[in-house]
Design a protein around this ligand. Structure first.
Ligand code: NA7
Length: 556
């Protein structure tokens, strides 16, 4: 596709935003508030991002609803009423639609349009952006809100095309659902997604086969409806919760743990604390003690407690053994939150198949064959996850100064200064990019912080007549080193998973998110802005050759 149309002017925006999920919607709202023109391109035909795409049975957020919501609008917080502790996909989709309507966002969103290419034109100091509908537009700034978990990973098994039944990735589940009544269903994977889908599919399917390669820790959600009193309390306390989120290392509105280390207290106290935490359920279990993620002994005690609890739930000792053959410490992979997951294996119509010892060899016309056995299936469900963090960014052809592809820049590993700007890619901001806390946090709260920083930076540029921002390569290298050094001290990523990029063949390995805590990261970003954006390189307007006179950026 030609970068420039043969003739005629390019449609020009101040800002183009990629994606209309939680990040894209808020970014649009903020840049509009600066008086800038903006266009959002969204692949789907609706808003919500993750909560638009993930419609599989049982899909729900495993962060509490009162934490997993925007905080930028007091009115929004007070008027929206969550119905459950952990909101379902339909409820979240309704929420994002409500936000889009309430802030009149839809008129600047082009749905069913994918950004295919984006190239920085250094002479004009603007991005040229080509989309799947054949259009090329230009924008002074490009903001990626493409998401950390949006590029699906479907393993390429031999014989996939020969299967006579239906096969589907969980993140492509159809809007109308799939009636699995009477079907023999196979689920490949036992990550967060599978753990949510399996109990629901088992209730309807004739038989459910779960193909497990890596058993994992999972904590009971203890989901519950939110009653009127709780709602009232939530509305009353939302500012206080906001303060707690700001000071919490993962952006959740929780108080710090009762004691900082499992090793600090005697066994009786320790067990009581773990029982309380288990009874509370949810992702906060990973923070039963402050040092679960950093101290091997403390982690081992907590891990063993969970293993014992899981064992109690599973009737068949052989099945329990297979579910408990966990080869990594708790928290080394994304901790899973479950509802009736382990109990589902007590059902007659559910079979757990260990594909670690007997791997899947091929998909056959009738089903699936492992090195040991064959399974006849009507539906194959790929709960096989995503090309996380960089997948969606690298699925586009993004080229910076001198035509350098982002893929080439990140060939040995992804990084960006403060996770926000990659050097050599001026005027391109990433929300939850590599080098930021991203998904290792209450992501919507991180999104707000990234967007606020970006919007404040744009305001700074407008106020000072600056047209171009880039990251200093030296500052970027130091930041990336810091990200790696912090990760090296943590249990996070001490085993292969999507967190380390191990699920994608050929992907550079390593944790790319900042693990120093969202509260610390926020302080660093705030200080950086307050001190004149050290590590960023700006250029004034007069450096930009052949400026287009109609750019709205120049009209303020
Ligand atoms: P995950 O957590 O990446 O889980 C994917 C699962 O699929 C996992 O159990 C994988 O096993 C399994 N998988 C992937 N490829 C294969 C093959 N070839 N054979 C067998 N099994 C396979 O994705 P989710 O969607 O569950 O969760 C992603 C995030 O979304 C989650 O962390 C939350 O943040 C929300 P493996 O572990 O690789 O052995």
């Amino acid at each position: 596709m030609a970068w420039r149309p043969e003739s005629g002017e390019l449609v020009d925006f101040d800002v183009v935003i990629i994606g209309a999920g939680a990040a894209g919607l808020y970014a649009l709202h903020r840049v509009r508030g600066l008086g800038l023109s903006a266009k959002v391109y969204e692949k789907g035909d609706g808003v919500g991002g993750t909560w638009y795409w993930n419609r599989y049975p049982g899909a729900r957020c495993d962060v509490e609803s009162w934490d997993y919501c925007y905080t930028f609008s007091e009115e929004l917080e007070l008027e929206w009423e969550w119905t459950e502790r952990f909101p379902t996909q339909p409820e979240l989709e309704r929420y994002f639609n409500h936000v889009a309507d309430r802030f009149d966002l839809r008129r600047d969103i082009e749905f069913e349009t994918r950004v295919d290419q984006a190239r920085f034109d250094d002479d004009q100091c603007r991005w040229l952006i080509s989309t799947s509908n054949g259009e090329t537009v230009s924008a002074r700034f490009l903001i990626s809100a493409a998401g950390c978990l949006s590029e699906v990973n479907t393993p390429r098994f031999e014989g996939v095309e020969t299967f006579e039944g239906r096969q589907i990735h969980t993140a492509r589940w159809p809007k109308g659902g799939i009636d699995v009544t009477g079907m023999r269903v196979g689920v490949i994977g036992t990550g967060s997604t599978a753990v949510q889908a399996i109990p629901q599919l088992a209730k309807q399917a004739d038989h459910l086969f779960v193909f497990q390669r890596t058993p994992q820790f999972a904590i009971p959600a203890r989901n519950r409806p939110i009653d009127a009193d709780h709602l009232e309390e939530l509305k009353h306390n939302y500012r206080e919760r906001w303060e707690l989120k700001r000071s919490n290392p993962v952006g959740m509105g929780r108080r710090p743990p009762e004691v900082s280390s499992a090793l600090e207290v005697d066994e009786t106290t320790r067990t009581r604390i773990m029982e309380d935490s288990w009874a509370l359920g949810g992702p906060g279990f990973a923070r039963t003690f402050d040092d679960v993620m950093t101290n091997a002994e403390s982690n081992q005690i907590t891990s063993q407690f969970v293993l014992d609890k899981i064992k109690e739930k599973v009737a068949d000792p052989a099945v329990a053994e297979s579910l408990l053959a966990i080869d990594h410490p708790l928290g080394a992979r994304r901790l899973i939150v479950e509802i009736d997951y382990f109990e589902t294996y007590n059902r007659e119509n559910v079979t757990l198949v260990d594909v670690a010892t007997a791997p899947i060899e091929e998909i056959t016309p009738q089903g699936l064959r492992t090195t040991e056995d064959s399974y006849e299936l009507d539906l194959i469900v790929y709960a096989t996850g995503f090309d996380g963090m960089t997948g969606a960014l690298l699925a586009m052809d993004i080229r910076g100064v001198g035509g350098l592809p982002l893929r080439a820049k990140w060939a040995e590993g992804a990084g960006a200064y403060l996770g926000l700007v990659a050097s050599g890619f001026p005027n391109f901001f990433m929300i939850t990019g590599p080098g930021s806390p991203a998904v290792f946090s209450n992501v919507i709260f991180s999104i707000e912080q990234h967007v606020d920083w970006i919007a404040d930076c744009l305001a700074h540029m407008l106020d000072h007549g600056l047209h171009r921002i880039d990251a200093d390569p030296e500052a970027e290298a130091q930041w990336t080193q810091q990200v790696h050094d912090i990760a090296a001290q943590s249990i996070v990523g001490k085993t292969d998973s999507w967190w380390t990029g191990a699920n994608i063949e050929g992907k550079p390995q390593g944790v790319t998110f900042y693990l120093g805590g969202t509260h610390t990261y926020r302080e660093i970003c705030e200080e950086n802005a307050a001190n004149g954006y050290k590590g960023f390189v700006f250029r004034e307007a007069h450096h930009t050759a052949a400026r287009k006179p109609h750019l709205r950026w120049n009209q303020r």
